[in-house]
Design a binder for this molecule. Sequence first.
Ligand code: PEP
Length: 252
Amino acid sequence: MKKKIVIANWKMNYDLHETTFFIRNFLKIIFERKINHNKKIIISPSFPFLYISNQILQGTSLRISAQNVHHMDKGSYTGEVSASMLKSIGISKVILGHSERRGFFFEKNDVLLKKIKISLKYGLKIIFCIGETETERKKDQQFDIIKNQLEKTVFHCSPDEIKLFCIAYEPIWAIGTGKNATYKQAQTMHEFIRYLFLKKYGEYISNQIYILYGGSITDLNAKYFFLQKDIDGGLVGNSSLKMEKFLKIIKS
Ligand code: PEP
């Protein structure tokens, strides 16, 4: 049985005090209530707090991930953070391709592929987000969109590199809207994604690859998503900012 993965994407929320307060208390509670076994928990705070968060979690099974990385090695890119910088502070995971990065910061597949390559160069594990817009789904184009997003990015990687990936299917219309995909819509898409991995990389990788669902997961609906055959966990935004809600999602 694969352990489920639950990732808290905190986006641009929580300052230093809030971040460390949450993580310290969260850690205390999950050990007290013994709810961390048999699952992998990853928290993704903002850049300035990655180091301290990682320090707090040293020696535990919880992990920290960055929310983004720049696509170049180093240089005159004011305000950006490189993969080697993340590596140098002990960060080993990064979220790439989130729809907010694609939308607000115009990150297209070509840049995302560069981000993938630079992350792999520094051995970072990648949580790669894909998803269709509401208009694309209304036009029944979701399968073509997902296939295209994978073909232009992740599928440029070798089987060895694919071991460092986890895919997050996040329908854009479901992110932060309270309008989650139905369990059937999510399962159907996850099965399709797994099939694409099967065709490209064979059975072993398609079984091993983690495919997470993201988009308005709450403490009330999480367990139904996690019961689906091809859903290996969740990427959680809003509901991960409330400790009790996030704990319930993890218990699910
Ligand atoms: C996300 O930002 O990845 C996300 C899934 O957000 P939310 O859970 O708030 O929809």
